[in-house]
Design a protein around this ligand. Structure first.
Ligand SMILES: [Zn+2]
Length: 288
C-alpha cells in the first residue's frame, strides 16, 4: 500500500501538472470509487472546477478545487495516478481530462481506492480530524507528543504506529524500518517504550519517511510514479522484506514475524523481544 512517502511523491509530481488547470471532463468508471455518491453525482461536482491546490494529509491526496470544493482521494492497496499513459493501461477506474489536453488516469487493480467529496473547508477538517492524527513531518510532532500518545497503551508499538488516528501516514514498510533504526521490538507494548526509546523512535520515524521521500517512494507491489516510473526506496530497506539476510548492523539473521496482523521484519539482536513474549518466526503466526 502506498504510504506517506509514496503519496507525497505522487503529489509532488502531479501538483505542477494540475494546479491552475480545470477538470474539464471526469469519467468515473467504477461505482465503488465514488461511494456513497453515484459516479455521475461526483463527476458533476468536480467537472468544470479549477484545481487550486493539490495537498496531502496522511495517505490521502487532497484536491482543493475552486468554490471550496475538495476531493479526498485514497489510493488504498494498489491505486496509482498516471498522466497521459501510453498505451491505455488496464484496470482504469477514473479518467480526468484537463484543459490543455492532458489526461489523468487512476488505475487500481484491487479497487479499494476511493474519492470522497467534501464541501467546504470545515467539512474537510472534520473529515480528517475524525480519521488522522498529526502529520509526522509537522513540527508539532515532537517526542513529547509521541510519548503522550503512547502512555498507558497496551497495544504493540507497531500496531500503535500503524494506527492512523495516532500518527498519520505510516504503514508497514516505514514502521518496520523506523523500529529497526530505533532498536525497538515491534511487539513491545507502546506504553512500555522507555523515554530514551521514544527519543530514538521519534528521530527514526522522521528519518525513514524523509529517506522514503528522497528515494521517491518504494515499489513492492504496484506503486508507480505519475510517469509510470518505479520508486527506489525498496533498495534501501534495512530489514523490511529481508528475512534470512544478515542484519546490516550486527550480522544476525533477520526474522519475519507477525505484529498487528502484518508480516514484520526484525533483527532480534538489535531489537530485543519484550520479556514474556514468545516470538514466532515467519509462518507460525503466533501473537500479533
Ligand atoms: Zn542486528
Amino acid at each position: 500500500m502506498p504510504e506517506l512517502p509514496e503519496v507525497e511523491t505522487i503529489r509532488r509530481q502531479l501538483a505542477p501538472l494540475v494546479e491552475g488547470r480545470t477538470l474539464q471532463r471526469v469519467s468515473i468508471l467504477d461505482g465503488r470509487w465514488s461511494r456513497p455518491l453515484a459516479p455521475g453525482e461526483l463527476a458533476d461536482a468536480l467537472q468544470g472546477r479549477t484545481v487550486e491546490r493539490l495537498g496531502r494529509r496522511g495517505k490521502y491526496l487532497v484536491w482543493s478545487l475552486s468554490d471550496d470544493v475538495h476531493l479526498a482521494q485514497h489510493l488504498r492497496m494498489t491505486g496509482t495516478v498516471l498522466c497521459d499513459p501510453e498505451p491505455e493501461p488496464s484496470h482504469v477506474r477514473v479518467r480526468i481530462e484537463l484543459d490543455g489536453g492532458s489526461r489523468l488516469t487512476i488505475v487500481d487493480p484491487r479497487r479499494f481506492g476511493t474519492g470522497e467529496l467534501l464541501l467546504g473547508g470545515e467539512a474537510l477538517d472534520a473529515f480528517f480530524d475524525a480519521r488522522l492524527g498529526l502529520e509526522p513531518l509537522d513540527e508539532r510532532f515532537t517526542v513529547e507528543h509521541l510519548r503522550t500518545l503512547a502512555r498507558g497503551r497496551t497495544a504493540p508499538i507497531k500496531a500503535f504506529l500503524l494506527d492512523q488516528r495516532r500518527v498519520a501516514g505510516i504503514g508497514n514498510i516505514y514502521a518496520d524500518e523506523a523500529l529497526y533504526r530505533a532498536r525497538i521490538h515491534p511487539l513491545r507494548a507502546a506504553g512500555r517504550v522507555s523515554a530514551e526509546q521514544h527519543v530514538r523512535l521519534h528521530e527514526a520515524v522522521i528519518w525513514a519517511l524523509r529517506a522514503g521521500i528522497e528515494a521517491r517512494g518504494a515499489t513492492i507491489d504496484d506503486f508507480r510514479h505519475v510517469d509510470g516510473v518505479w520508486g527506489s526506496f525498496q533498495n534501501r530497506f534495512q530489514v523490511h522484506r529481508r528475512e534470512g539476510e544478515p542484519c546490516p548492523r550486527c550480522g544476525t539473521t533477520i526474522v519475519k514475524l507477525v505484529a498487528a496482523g502484518r508480516g514484520t521484519y526484525v533483527c532480534e539482536a538489535c531489537q530485543r523481544p519484550p520479556r514474556g513474549t514468545r516470538v514466532g518466526r515467519a509462518g507460525s503466526g503466533r501473537r500479533s
